[in-house]
Ligand binder design. Structure first.
Ligand code: SF4
Length: 443
């Protein structure tokens, strides 16, 4: 658990010798609490103080990396129970289970489908993260399918088997990709530990309850394995949610190091809708990795959109650069649509303008990332602000006419805006969906 500056000060020598570069021990303690200086700047710490301070500087939930290079997934190191307290930092990984009992043709087709699951939303590219190969046909077939997954997909890998021989065969093929080994339990712990040490891979530990998980993480840490995911054993969703919430709470609030690891959950269900609902539960609370089975782009898009929203900083709305954007072959005769620089507002307007095929300009006004009505209520989307944006974008030089279109929701400001800018102000539709017909009638 992080210590306050005063807690840290109590552990320092209090001689104010200045060797750390600070005038007093208290000043050094305050910087240490902010993690702005390294601990070794003070050469006079006692061994006890060093041990306590080093332990307090470790993240409450370990950050674990699966895979290598650009396709690697890094999760954990979360700091809060509730998103509104600060933010969630590392988006959970979403992966697809691939059974090695399927035919090669079916496996290749699924891998290709999964690889195509990239979506652009509000200016960000959303993509899935993992392929989890599950053994059901023995070690040789498992290794073949792992190789196929490596050849056909660059996503990070999970190797799933209850059989250490199958896992060893898969690891022999895929070790260079640092796959996640699924899974160790009370029965196979020592064999899986040997494999993970030999192939230097992270692993998932599974136990029916929190006490079992605690025992297993202690065992693996003693063996020198700390890149661990926790998996509460199969049970009803409500009980699983209870376990996962307790794990997060114990790690963050009680500084329980034995539970300070990210969690993996399998949300697999034959019914795609039920599977999506389950996966959504774990994305919201508090999975580091969620595995599903159905490789359905519609399900993936819904989950990726949810993940994007959950892992957006609630204090910093997604925003775009406030400026004048030309859409299509925009010319001096093109209409000018005014909106805010909230990403969702801008990209919704952009989508409808593109759909209309009418070249246009979008003037995005700096509203600190607020949407139209919120910004208007907060006095961030005012006639004065719009005039400033018009001047900054040199709108008078970009177009030969003197007409701007404002969103229907802020029709009330049209008179004041017209007076402030001297341009004709046209009130557009309230919803962006009305833009295509509005633009066609305009031209
Ligand atoms: S070096 Fe250590 S003892 Fe000296 S002022 Fe800094 S914190 Fe205090």
């Amino acid at each position: 658990m992080a210590l306050s500056g005063l807690d840290i000060y109590k552990l320092l020598p209090k001689t104010n010798c200045r060797q750390c570069g600070f005038a007093t021990c208290l000043a050094f303690a305050m910087q240490l609490a902010k993690k702005a200086v390294p601990l070794d700047k003070c050469p006079f710490l006692s061994d006890d103080a060093k041990r306590v301070l080093e332990a307090s500087s470790q993240p409450a939930i370990r950050q674990v990396v699966v895979g290598t290079g650009e396709a690697s997934l890094s999760v954990g190191n979360e700091t809060v129970l509730f998103r509104h307290e600060e933010k969630f930092h590392r988006p959970c990984g979403i992966g697809f289970i691939l059974d090695d009992t399927l035919s090669d043709a079916e496996i290749v087709s699924r891998l290709e489908k999964i690889s195509r699951m990239q979506f652009e939303r509000v200016g960000q590219v959303l993509q899935v993260n993992l392929v989890a190969v599950r053994s059901g046909s023995g070690a040789q077939r498992f290794a073949q399918v792992v190789k196929l997954a490596m050849d056909k997909s660059s996503l990070a890998l999970v190797l799933m088997s209850d059989d250490p021989q199958s896992l060893k065969a898969g690891l022999a093929v895929a070790a260079s990709r640092r796959p996640l080994v699924y899974h160790a339990d009370e029965k196979n712990a020592s064999q899986i530990a040997s494999l993970c040490l030999e192939f230097k891979c992270p692993l998932v530990v599974t136990a029916p309850d929190i006490e079992g998980l605690t025992r297993l993480t202690a065992l693996f840490e003693e063996k020198g394995l700390s890149d661990i995911f926790l998996e509460p054993g199969p049970k009803p969703v409500g009980d699983q949610l209870w376990d996962i919430t307790q794990i997060r709470r114990q790690a963050l609030k009680k500084n329980n190091r034995r539970l300070g690891f990210p969690v993996l959950v399998i949300a697999e269900d034959d019914d795609p809708c039920r599977e999506a609902v389950r996966a959504a539960t774990w994305i919201a609370k508090y999975a580091g990795i969620v595995l599903i089975k159905n490789a359905d782009p519609a399900e993936a898009l819904a989950l990726l959109t949810l993940r994007q929203n959950i892992y957006t900083d609630p204090q910093k709305p997604l925003q775009i650069e406030p400026k004048l954007y030309g859409i299509g072959q925009a010319s001096e005769k093109s209409p000018v649509l005014v909106t805010t620089n909230f990403s969702l507002s801008y990209y919704t307007v952009l989508g409808e303008v593109e759909a209309s095929k009418v070249p246009a300009y979008i003037l995005s006004v700096d509203t600190e990332g607020m949407s139209v009505l919120t910004a208007w209520a907060a006095e961030k989307f005012t006639p004065e602000k719009i005039v400033q944006a018009m001047e900054k974008a040199s709108l008078g030089s970009a177009v030969s006419h003197k007409t701007i279109v404002i969103p229907g929701y802020v029709a009330v400001m049209s008179g004041d805006l017209q007076e402030a800018c001297g341009w004709q102000v046209t009130v557009g539709p309230k919803e962006a969906a009305g833009l295509p017909s509005f633009l066609k009638n305009l031209s």
